[in-house]
Write a protein that binds this ligand. Structure first.
Ligand SMILES: Nc1ncnc2c1ncn2[C@@H]1O[C@H](COP(=O)(O)OP(=O)(O)OP(=O)(O)O)[C@@H](O)[C@H]1O
Length: 203
């Protein structure tokens, strides 16, 4: 690894689907267009309206995904809502070599896998204020069927349960978007913050 790659620790952002990760990261990349690099994952899910190949994801077939997996191309991968997602070593390396801080958006299974590698990132968990709020956001985003919302909520409960075990360096509750963004920004720029408390799981 080059010295440049060694001094910039990647930042792993995780949190339930619909919690606001994309919204927060979009703000960060708009405010700092040259400081960060988003590790674009590979996925077998279909693009949503407005998504472009190579921007939000590399959209590939299940066969291609399996082939890359067999070649050991992924740092982490997971199956979620019947679709495969993975982060390739090559993508992360390219961003670090550009001198940018690499930001990875991955879910709990992926966090567990990254913890077994020598990537040594900072881990941040974005939490909803409550499960009810998450349900509302997923519904109002208008991209999910009711079945998909139910699946995502069930996964969200598991993600928050895992977060309660304390695997993340920082927890931010995305209640007020401006506040959550300020905290995320500070961590992304290398500052230390106090974590928020995780919500109860029984609402
Ligand atoms: N603090 C907030 N208050 C209210 N609504 C919010 C807040 N943050 C995000 N949202 C809204 O919640 C919805 C889900 O956000 P977003 O798509 O960013 O989630 P995500 O975590 O990236 O989900 P996925 O992992 O499925 O891509 C969006 O409609 C977004 O505008």
């Amino acid at each position: 690894m080059s010295p440049v790659a060694e001094i910039i620790r990647p930042l792993v952002i995780s949190g339930p689907s619909g919690v606001g990760k994309s919204t927060l990261l979009q703000r960060l990349f708009t405010e700092y267009p040259d400081k960060f690099g988003f590790s674009v994952s590979h996925t077998t899910r279909a693009p949503r309206p407005g998504e472009t190949d190579g921007k939000q994801y590399y959209f590939i077939t299940r066969d291609t995904f399996k082939q890359l997996l067999g070649e050991g191309a992924f740092i982490e991968h997971a199956e979620f809502s019947n679709n495969l997602y993975g982060t390739s070593f090559m993508t992360v390396r390219e961003i670090s070599q550009m001198g940018r801080r690499c930001i990875l958006d991955i879910e709990a299974q992926g966090v567990r896998q990254v913890k077994k590698t020598n990537l040594n990132p900072v881990y941040m968990f974005i939490s909803p204020p409550s499960i009810n709020t998450l349900r509302t956001r997923l519904r109002s985003r208008g991209t999910e069927s009711e079945t998909s919302v139910a699946k995502r909520l069930a996964t969200a409960l598991k993600e928050i349960e895992y977060a309660k075990e304390g695997p993340h360096d920082y927890v931010i509750v995305n209640d007020d978007l401006d506040r959550a963004y300020e905290l995320l920004k500070r961590v992304a720029l290398g500052e230390d913050i106090s974590s928020d408390s995780l919500p109860p799981l029984n609402d």
